[in-house]
Design a protein around this ligand. Structure first.
Ligand code: NAD
Length: 265
């Protein structure tokens, strides 16, 4: 039997990148999947990719920053697919901006999608799961919830908050049989990550520098993050709640060999 057979999952930010990879991994493992992303996203393309795995797929255009749209998305998914018991709360945006140049609008945009959006999805997931006393939720935070990086003050504020929210939600929902965890991706090759290099003088060189700062000396693939999310959503993680799984090639914990200190090669 496939790992996620008889499960109903909802994934936000599922039109591309990490969300699409998770939605596809869930579909491959037998789950019925509701893919939620901004209405203007390529939801048809994402649905076609998932349908190849043979299960039920529902595409819903919704802005996670709008609480009414989030509630409507969960209601529609439950009506068409059945009781949701797995949620990847993943939609997010990244805006790189030096602190003193960060406008109120940019800060508000990041807070609206990354923080308020994650809260609305988490709250709705808890609401639908509570009566059934079962379910698992994974919030996407970031390696930048754990370490700092210049240009990301506003972004990291939202991602650190997601980790804090994950722990409190896990504490509150544990007695209802609902597990809440987070995944902290490192640099992962997605449209969001690649867009950060638009307009820089030498994108190839900057990408190579970026990879060199990772202990494993490479950028991650969305499918590698998806594997972590599916594990946390699956029953194999039945005793795991209130924590985060970092998938960053060792960047937040290891100094790359040869970069400082005595060279051993
Ligand atoms: P991506 O841009 O490929 O995917 C994000 C998806 O979310 C897109 O389809 C986008 O349209 C959607 N989205 C954005 N705002 C939305 C909204 N308001 N409502 C609904 N959908 C919305 O980017 P990604 O890299 O796959 O990012 C996914 C998550 O992973 C984000 O939360 C991001 O912060 C996080 N993350 C990414 C990286 C990385 O290196 N790629 C690293 C750490 C964390």
């Amino acid at each position: 039997m496939r790992e996620m057979s008889n499960r109903v999952a909802l994934v936000t930010g599922a039109a591309s990148g990490i969300g699409l990879a998770t939605a596809e991994a869930l579909a491959r493992e037998g789950a019925a999947v509701a893919i939620v992303s901004r209405p203007e996203d390529d939801l048809d393309g994402a649905r076609a990719r998932l349908e190849k795995h043979g299960g039920k797929v529902l595409a819903i255009g919704a802005d996670v920053g709008d609480p009414a749209a989030v509630r409507a998305a969960f209601e529609r998914a439950e009506t068409e697919l059945g009781p949701i018991d797995a949620v990847h709360n993943n939609a997010g945006i990244s805006i790189v901006s030096p602190l003193i140049e960060t406008s109120d609008e940019v800060f508000a945009q990041l807070v609206r999608t990354n923080l308020a959006g994650s809260f609305y999805v988490l709250r709705e997931a808890a609401r639908v799961m509570q009566p059934r006393q079962t379910g698992a939720i994974v919030n996407t935070a970031s390696e930048l919830a754990i370490m700092g990086q210049a240009g990301y003050v506003a972004y990291t504020a939202t991602k650190g908050a997601i980790l804090a929210m994950t722990r409190s939600a896990a504490a509150e929902l544990a007695s209802w049989g609902i597990r809440v965890n987070a995944v902290c991706p490192g640099t992962t090759k997605t449209p969001m990550f690649l867009a950060e290099f638009d307009g820089v003088e030498d994108p190839e060189a900057e990408l190579a520098d970026n990879a060199a700062s990772v202990a494993m000396q490479r950028i991650g693939d969305p499918a590698e993050i998806a594997e972590c999310v599916v594990f946390l959503l699956s029953n194999r993680a039945s005793y795991v709640t209130g924590t985060h799984l970092t998938a960053d090639g060792g960047r937040t914990t290891c100094v790359p060999a040869g970069s400082i200190g005595v060279s051993i090669r």
